[in-house]
Design a protein around this ligand. Structure first.
Ligand code: RRO
Length: 306
């Protein structure tokens, strides 16, 4: 097992967590029983995105398989802030790891109300701002523009003392500029990448397959994109980075750490193997034992700019 990591004031047992929206811990506990909590695969748990009001999400179909990955167009279905706090948070608080709650709003004021309410709960260790959802109209706006991101983080920063992680969209012209804007406005960390905007056509009708027309591509297909974006962001910011995108093995996780990430998140791979997080953390430990931990050789930010 790979060793403990400090992240935004949290002490994590290892550097592997889940990507938001890719792991239903409440359903997993129901399915796998108490052993699941004892062998929880992640060092912190990131809950799926919540919004102020309940949402049905996009009409089906919501998934399409692509070579080495998939496209999702889920559209933020969730029970809304009040029901989340009353029903889900007490269950998630039983997990044996720190809880990070992911929130998204359609105006700055909405995000502020989410951050203030969620941040006031003692069960919550940190908050992740989803400025990167490619599936609903407004998601693209805030995270695709450095000025919008700066204004959002400036608005919500005074509303909580808890660590704020800004989850970046890869669907932006200058992702490092957005990351820098988040840092300068007071973000404690950035996470990337969310899914890449994509589309599939119905094989017979030629019309969009997904109920939401377009969706987000994830899985090994996006791994090289994630690596490049983490590398580029690491050259611009000094706050920690949670790297993700197509991680299936300890080697993939090690690459993101070497590119400048402090933590690594597993997403699509957990659908195939619910214990993937624990396996990847163990493989990271094996790589460190076999080759020496690259972090001992100096800061990963020393990767030469191109
Ligand atoms: O719900 C979704 O369709 C969704 C979200 Br909020 C997100 O952040 N990323 C994604 O791929 N899908």
């Amino acid at each position: 097992m790979s060793g403990p990591v400090a992240f935004c004031g949290l002490e994590l047992a290892h550097p592997v967590l889940n990507g938001s929206g890719t792991y239903d811990a409440i359903a997993a506990e129901r399915a796998f029983g108490p052993a699941f909590l004892a062998e929880f695969p992640f060092a912190a748990f990131v809950s799926k995105t919540i919004t102020l009001a309940p949402r049905q999400g996009n009409p089906p179909p919501r998934l399409w398989e692509v070579p080495a990955g998939m496209i999702n167009s889920i559209g933020l279905p969730n029970k809304g802030l009040d029901a989340y706090l009353a029903e889900d948070l007490p269950k998630l608080a039983r997990l044996p790891v720190p809880l990070i709650v992911n929130v998204m709003g359609f105006t700055r004021d909405e995000v502020g109300r989410l951050v203030a309410s969620v941040g006031a709960r003692p069960e919550v260790a940190a908050i992740e701002l989803n400025v990167s959802c490619p599936n609903v109209e407004s998601g693209l706006v805030m995270g695709a523009d450095a000025g919008e991101t700066a204004a959002l983080v400036t608005h919500v920063r005074p509303l909580t003392a808890k660590p704020l992680i800004v989850k970046l969209t890869p669907n932006a012209t200058d992702v490092p500029a957005v990351a820098l804007a988040a840092q300068e406005a007071g973000a404690d960390a950035v996470s990337l990448i969310n899914t890449l905007r994509g589309m599939a056509l119905h094989p017979r009708s030629g019309r969009p397959w997904l109920g939401g027309t377009t969706g987000g591509v994830s899985g090994p297909a996006v791994r090289a994109v994630a690596l490049a974006q983490v590398h580029d962001v690491a050259l611009r910011v000094r706050i920690p980075i949670v790297g993700m995108g197509g991680v299936q093995t300890g080697r993939d996780a090690r690459d993101l750490l070497d590119a400048g990430a402090t933590l690594v998140a597993v997403g699509t791979e957990s659908f195939r193997d619910p214990a993937a997080g624990a396996r990847i953390a163990a493989e990271l430990g094996e790589i460190a034992a076999a080759t020496g931990d690259a972090r001992d050789l100096g800061p990963p930010r020393a990767v030469a700019p191109r």
